[in-house]
Ligand binder design. Structure first.
Ligand code: RIB
Length: 301
C-alpha cells in the first residue's frame, strides 16, 4: 500500500458554540464549549488513517497540557507518531466559534508548529523521502514546506491553507494543489496573476496554465472542480444537514489522499472525498467527526 507522510500542524481546538458570530467589540454568551483535537495537518492525517491509510506524521507539540488532547485521535487512528517532537513551550492552538448555521471562524496561534522548519524536516528526512505521497498544508513555516517538497521522492499533494508565501517552484510541485475559492485567488496573486478570474472554473484553469499538473478547487456545499491539463470535471457533493463545517475541508483532503494512495484517479478520489467531507459536516468538531471505513457515507442525490 502506498504510504502517506503528512508534514504539518497539530493543534488543540478551543471551540465555543454560539447562536451567531460576535461583532467586533461585542461579548456573547456561548451555548457550549470545549477542547478537541485539530490542526490541518493532524486533521488530514486522521481523516486518511481512519479510512485505512498508512500514515506517518511529521510535526511538533509543546510541553503544555494541550499536547495530550491535540494528539489523542492521531494515536487512536494508528498514525505513526515517531516523527512528532515535543518542544519547549505551547502546543498549537486554534480558537473557534461555531454558529447555529454550522459556520465557523478560526484564529490559529502556531505554538510548537513554528518549530517545524527546514532543519526540523531535514532531521526527519527518512519519513519524507520514503513516502509514496507527501501531504502539506500552510500551518508550518515556509522553510519546512520547502524542505519537505525537496526531500520528497513520491507524489506531493498540497493544501495551502492558510496561504503562506512559499517558493514558486516548490508550490508548483503540487499534484494536485487543493484550494478553496478564497485560497485559489490568493495563490494566483502570489504567482503574479494581476487579474484573478471570477469563476471557480476559470481559477482552476488559470492555475493549471501556470504549471500545476492538477488542481482540485473545493466549493464547500457545492462540491469541487478537478482540473487536469485543459480538462475540467465538476465534482458533486451530497446535500446534508450541516451542523459544523470545522475540519470538513480537511476530511476532504485526507480522504482524497487516501484514495490516491489506493490508486484511484484524481476524479474518482475527489468524488469519494466529497462524500467524506459532507459526512464530517454533519457532526461536531474536526477529527471526532471523521468517518471510519465502515461508516455509511451520504450519497449524491
Ligand atoms: O481546518 C480546521 C482546522 O484549522 C482546525 O482544526 C484548527 O486547528 C485549524 O488548524
Amino acid at each position: 500500500m502506498t504510504s502517506i507522510t503528512v508534514v504539518g500542524s497539530i493543534n488543540a481546538d478551543l471551540f465555543v458554540l454560539v447562536e451567531r458570530h460576535p461583532l467586533p467589540g461585542e461579548t456573547l454568551l456561548g451555548r457550549d464549549g470545549g477542547i478537541s483535537a485539530g490542526g490541518k495537518g493532524a486533521n488530514q492525517a486522521v481523516a486518511a488513517a481512519n479510512l485505512g491509510a498508512t500514515v506517518r506524521m511529521v510535526g511538533a507539540v509543546g510541553t503544555d497540557a494541550y499536547a495530550a488532547p491535540a494528539t489523542e485521535f492521531l494515536s487512536a487512528a494508528g498514525v505513526d507518531m515517531s516523527d512528532v517532537a515535543t518542544v519547549e513551550g505551547s502546543t498549537g492552538l486554534a480558537v473557534i466559534t461555531v454558529s447555529e448555521s454550522g459556520e465557523n471562524t478560526i484564529v490559529v496561534v502556531g505554538g510548537a508548529n513554528t518549530a517545524v522548519d527546514g532543519d526540523f524536516v531535514a532531521s526527519r528526512r527518512e519519513a519524507v523521502e520514503s513516502a509514496g505521497i507527501v501531504l502539506l498544508q500552510g500551518e508550518i513555516p515556509a522553510s519546512g514546506f520547502s524542505a519537505a517538497v525537496r526531500l520528497a521522492t513520491g507524489r506531493v499533494v498540497v493544501n495551502l491553507a492558510p496561504v503562506i508565501e512559499v517558493e514558486r517552484a516548490d508550490l508548483l510541485a503540487a499534484d494536485p494543489l487543493v484550494a478553496n475559492e478564497h485560497e485559489a485567488g490568493l495563490i494566483l496573486a502570489q504567482l503574479g496573476v494581476a487579474d484573478v478570474p471570477a469563476s471557480e472554473e476559470a481559477m482552476a484553469s488559470a492555475l493549471t496554465e501556470l504549471g500545476f499538473a492538477s488542481v482540485v478547487l473545493t466549493r464547500g456545499a457545492r462540491g469541487a472542480v478537478v482540473a487536469e491539463g485543459d480538462q475540467l470535471t465538476p465534482i458533486p457533493t451530497p446535500s446534508v444537514d450541516a451542523v459544523d463545517s470545522t475540519g470538513a475541508g480537511d476530511a476532504f483532503v485526507g480522504a482524497l489522499v487516501h484514495r490516491l494512495a489506493e490508486g484511484d484517479t484524481l476524479v474518482a478520489a475527489a468524488r469519494y472525498a466529497a462524500r467524506v467531507g459532507a459526512f464530517s459536516a454533519t457532526r461536531r468538531g474536526a477529527q471526532g467527526s471523521y468517518p471510519s471505513s465502515t461508516d455509511a457515507l451520504p450519497d449524491v442525490d
